[in-house]
Design a protein around this ligand. Structure first.
Ligand code: ADP
Ligand code: MG
Length: 461
């Protein structure tokens, strides 16, 4: 059973219990039996309902309550309060919907050599702006001449900024031109698990044959390799075999490889020998362009014929700055919400405000700066800021200094270089070293554990 069905089962139990206490019990059971869960996407829950009559009846009489209980169940199972939207499709609408999804995502024929490439993630659907133009250009070059230009290509940057999209776009483009190309897209987690399984099952040779015989190997979220020493070694050899044979390697990471903790030096030097390119936060204009670009597809997915005011797109773009996935999620919520309000003829700001009332959560943590952290640590250890920033290398100063770097690394998104500089050091490796040292101490040393807990509490007060 998938997680939506499980969620729906517990929601039904609660709803039945609720309506059993009301005079509406019979009406509820007659209606609810006509509703079945289909799928969920970004907090929008899609249901199939037997026909238009029941659709209207459920929407008018029961939907608010159903949504409320569903939201509680979502919260109970994920621990996250989120805005839950429901879309009801009659069988006919569902067919149209599924058909439109197939049309808008030109289906890649099942090919065993193109493992799980997403057909919708293409260059055509990727909006280029100043935040990603370099990564886009590099990806395009690699797609045009795999193995010949930038090898490996590593795309790094924050969550939801289009790294995975670009990787799939490369794969899709290569396959378009050469349907026989052997391409593997995988995540670091899947790669690691598969490698471990192959050792346990005594089939490492199969694993090697698979990964060392491709034309293009793409591994997503390589920062997770840090935890797996043996997988790093395996990757290193895979890397060499492929690049020696002129095969293309593509990686993504949420940070530059030099900042991935515990990445073996020889792997790091392999990454550095290719092209590293970052994607940064998109500016306002790019965010609006992305929304405009996604709009037709989302409208089709939700079967929504309504027009949407430009103002709504601008509103969403101005509120969601850091994650394109959430930007799309916000747009989907608004459209799904409008779809349910039967009387609207176009989607305007009034609807958007209601639909998104809980969507944009304000950051709860106040902004944490080096100054704040340094002061808290100096107070705790009773040392002076001048000593922390100065040249002293005695243990009573070095240790608090390392604690400061550790805290800045865990509590902020500053680069290692910036963290090192904020404690008067010039080299980014000082922070990496401090982070490793304090992380190790945290596993065994109660004093370090207490210091980190107390100081973090003070900082967040
Ligand atoms: P990442 O891998 O960096 O976390 P994804 O590639 O999964 O991010 O992107 C998250 C969502 O945002 C996807 O739906 C993707 O299509 C979309 N997206 C990101 N960047 C762009 C862009 N420049 N143009 C269009 N869609 C984008
Ligand atoms: Mg990704």
């Amino acid at each position: 059973m998938n997680s939506f069905s499980v969620l729906w089962e517990s929601t039904l139990k609660k709803l039945n219990a609720f309506y059993a206490q009301t005079t509406n019990q019979l009406g509820f059971s007659a209606n609810i039996g006509k509703l079945s869960p289909e799928f969920e996407e970004d907090g929008v829950y899609y249901f199939k309902v037997q026909n238009d009559y029941y659709k209207e009846s459920i929407q008018l009489r029961f939907l608010d309550k159903i949504r409320e209980v569903l939201a509680e169940e979502v919260f109970a199972s994920t621990g996250r309060r989120q805005n839950v939207e429901m879309v009801l499709f009659t069988p006919k609408e569902l067919d149209i919907h599924l058909l439109s999804m197939q049309q808008t995502q030109p289906a890649a024929p099942a090919r065993s050599n193109a493992i799980s490439l997403k057909p919708g993630f293409t260059f055509e659907s990727f909006v280029v702006g100043s935040s990603n133009q370099f990564a886009h250009a590099a990806a395009l070059s690699v797609a045009t001449s795999p193995g010949l230009v930038f090898n490996p290509l590593t795309i790094y940057g924050g969550v939801g900024l289009g790294k995975t999209h670009l990787m799939h776009a490369i794969g899709n483009r290569i396959l378009e031109k050469n349907p026989d190309a052997k391409i593997i897209y995988t995540t670091t987690e899947a790669f690691t698990n598969e490698f471990i399984d192959s050792i346990q099952n005594n089939t490492p040779q199969l694993f090697r044959n698979k990964y060392r015989s491709v034309d293009v190997l793409m591994i997503d979220d390589i920062q997770f390799i840090a935890k797996a020493q043996r997988t790093q070694e395996e990757l290193f050899h895979t890397f060499n075999t492929l690049s020696d044979n002129g095969k293309q390697l593509i990686f993504s990471s949420d940070k530059p490889p030099s900042e991935i903790p515990k990445l073996e030096e020889r792997l790091l030097s392999r990454f550095n020998s290719g092209l590293l390119t970052d994607i940064i936060l998109p500016d306002y204009e790019t965010r609006v362009a992305i929304l405009k670009n996604k709009l037709p597809l989302i409208k089709e997915q939700i079967c929504c014929p309504l027009d949407i005011d430009d103002e709504v797109l601008h509103y969403i773009a101005s509120r969601e700055e850091s994650n394109i996935r959430d930007l799309e999620g916000a747009l989907k919520k608004v459209i799904a919400h409008a779809q349910l309000s039967r009387s609207v003829s176009s989607i305007n700001m009034d609807i958007a405000r209601v639909a998104l009332k809980d969507f944009f959560t304000e950051p709860v943590v106040k902004s944490i700066t080096p100054k704040v952290v340094i002061k808290a640590v100096c107070d705790y250890f009773d040392v002076t800021e001048a000593d922390i920033l100065g040249p002293k290398r005695s243990q009573d100063i070095v240790y608090p200094r390392q604690i400061i770097m550790y805290l800045l690394k865990t509590l902020t998104s500053f680069s290692n270089q910036k963290i090192s500089e904020s404690v008067g050091r010039g080299d980014h490796t000082t922070t990496i070293h401090a982070y490793d040292k304090i992380s190790a101490l945290l596993k065994t040393d109660p004093e370090t554990q207490a210091a980190i807990t107390d100081i973090t509490g003070k900082i967040k007060e």
